[in-house]
Design a protein around this ligand. Structure first.
Ligand SMILES: [Zn+2]
Length: 337
């Protein structure tokens, strides 16, 4: 067995330019590397003869990487040493996280991981300006229509990255599109029991506060299939479904895509994610991260607080959605910037 650390093959995955993922991907295990002797006059073409159609090749320094089309794992590697010698290596078994090797939207995502909700760490700024996403085949997660209990966006001192919909404990919840289950998790202070699915269309959805997940990690799942039962686990008061839609780890307001009153898509199936439109809330998130609060004490007034933090009463009213005449409560947190 040979660990990948001894082989410079990481760039085999550089099929398309994409942002470099920060976290370490799952270790890639290369088993049984066959080395073919290369004759003196062998050239690239004769070496790569017989490779499957759609072969991509890339010259990186003195190492030539050859990989298959996007639906197949690279299995061939030609290493050229400095003095011009070549070695033709065949890699029969490459493990990438789990053994199935191919995952939905592999051309978008560099990592398949069963542990972290957002292992991609791809900031919105680094995305393309517009990204087409095919929403065909959408199935609303609930069988019966209920109502939204909490919207995507600001919530007191933090950002709520999903839409909450009323469910009863035990209600069946269904996958929105075809895909593969990436995480079946337990997050006692947040999602509770949750399921995260990577869809073929490039989106990921999260279903939180389940009473019971009914799928397993790495399992293939189709739109409309039951993934778990609604519940009230984790940080939740009252049974509801916390539903998130993400692209490369970046949350999208689900209500911009799904009409929760009708249980249908709100947009056309040929949807386009735009950096400026779809992720416009990111500016608010950035500001929220820089937000500063003042805890109201005896004798505090709005004008006093404004003076202390070198701001105006008007700004304080706007930031806190209060009026100049509002009465401050002791212990109340006033956002000052
Ligand atoms: Zn929620």
């Amino acid at each position: 067995m040979l660990w990948v650390a001894t082989l410079p093959i990481t760039c085999v995955w550089a099929r398309k330019p994409k942002p470099a993922p920060e976290p370490e991907p799952e270790p890639v295990v290369v088993e049984e590397v066959d080395t073919l002797e290369v004759e003196e006059n062998d050239d690239f073409e004769s070496l790569t003869e017989g490779l499957p159609a759609g072969v991509l090749s890339r010259l990186m320094g003195d190492t030539l990487f050859v990989s298959c089309g996007k639906d197949e794992l690279p299995r061939f590697l030609v290493v050229m040493t400095e003095d011009g010698e070549c070695q033709y290596r065949l890699m029969p078994d490459m493990l990438w996280g789990d053994t199935s090797n191919v995952h939905p939207a592999d051309s978008i995502y560099a990592v398949w991981m069963n542990t972290r909700v957002n292992p991609y760490q791809t900031p919105v700024d680094s995305l393309k300006d517009s990204i087409p996403v095919n929403l065909n085949g959408f199935v609303y997660p609930l069988k019966n229509l209920t109502y939204v209990t909490s919207k995507f966006g600001f919530r007191r001192y933090r950002f709520h990255y999903g839409t909450d919909v009323k469910v009863q404990v035990g209600d069946s919840l269904r996958a929105s599109w075809d895909g593969q289950v990436r995480i079946v998790g337990w997050d006692p202070r947040g999602y509770g029991y949750y399921v995260l699915i990577r869809h073929d269309n490039g989106l990921e959805t999260i279903y939180g506060h389940l009473s019971r997940p009914l799928v397993e990690e790495n399992e293939r799942i189709y739109a409309g299939e039951i993934l778990g039962l609604g519940g009230n686990t984790g940080r939740s008061t009252g049974s509801h479904l916390h539903y998130e839609i993400r692209y490369l780890g970046n949350a999208i307001n689900p209500e911009t895509i799904v009409d929760f009153e009708k249980g249908t898509l709100r947009v056309s199936e040929d949807y386009v994610i735009t950096k400026k439109g779809t992720f416009k809330h990111n500016e608010e998130v950035k500001q929220l991260k820089q937000a500063q609060y003042h805890k109201v004490r005896q004798g505090d007034t709005l004008s006093g607080i404004a003076k202390r933090y070198h701001t105006s009463v008007r700004t304080l009213c706007k930031l806190n959605k209060i009026k100049e005449t509002s009465i401050l409560r002791l212990g109340q947190k006033i956002r000052v910037r």
